[in-house]
Design a protein. Structure first.
Length: 221
């Protein structure tokens, strides 16, 4: 991609998906009015730190690339509402991910994440968190601080237990836990008064903790 792209100072939408891009020029950070950036299905292995200069960016699509990490500067995207990172090679998230005050959707399916930073609990506006097909073995206790979360996808991980703080997700409507290593559920899961769908592959769906849920549809896949 030519460096001259930085001269398009008034562009608000930039779609560059389904190409063979391996990198972004640092001049990308000069796109001061950019609100939507779609880079899905490229060959990106890293993002320039200048990505953090996109002060008006609202949606960032980076699915189906080869990213192994995110720069700390991602936390400077104060207007970002949706971040798509499905099908990359991410092994960790920077702590600065918690500095996105308007983030409503975070999509991280099919990566290599083994843990989440505690700072994820600072995403007060988050409504959807998707983490299917990673390598998570546990969740931080701070997950319980996501008071507005309505959808949580954790299928096909390596979870052996859930933190008791899961019961603090007062707005949670859908919880997906298929194909993990769970042998029990915390009794606090019975506090999820808004939960409508609980997806489990095995016996935890029948644990006593589930009996206190006023509205629930348990499904297997």
């Amino acid at each position: 991609m030519p460096r001259e792209i930085g001269e398009m100072s008034q562009v608000q939408t930039l779609y560059l998906y389904q190409n063979q891009l391996t990198s972004l020029p640092t001049e990308t950070g000069k796109l001061s009015q950019l609100a939507r950036l779609n880079l899905n299905q490229n060959q990106l292995t890293a993002l320039p730190i200048e990505i953090g200069q996109l002060s008006q960016l609202q949606s960032l699509h980076l699915s189906q690339n080869q990213l192994t990490s995110l720069p700390a500067e991602i936390g400077q995207l104060s207007e970002l509402t949706h971040l798509y990172l499905n099908q990359n090679q991410l092994t960790a998230l920077p702590a600065e991910i918690g500095q996105l005050p308007k983030l409503r959707g975070l999509y991280l399916n099919q990566n290599q994440l083994t843990s989440l930073p505690a700072e994820i609990g600072q995403l007060s506006q988050l409504r959807g968190l998707e983490l299917d097909q990673n390598q998570l073995t546990s969740l931080p206790t701070e997950i319980g601080q996501l008071s507005g979360l309505t959808h949580l996808y954790l299928n096909q991980n390596q979870l052996t237990a859930l933190p008791v703080e899961i019961g603090q997700l007062s707005q949670l409507q859908e919880l997906y836990l298929n194909q993990n290593q769970l042998t029990s559920l915390p009794t606090e899961i019975g506090q999820l008064s808004q939960l409508q769908w609980l997806f489990l592959k095995s016996k935890p769906a029948h644990q006593p903790a589930c009996r206190n849920m006023p509205v629930i549809s348990a499904a297997k896949s």
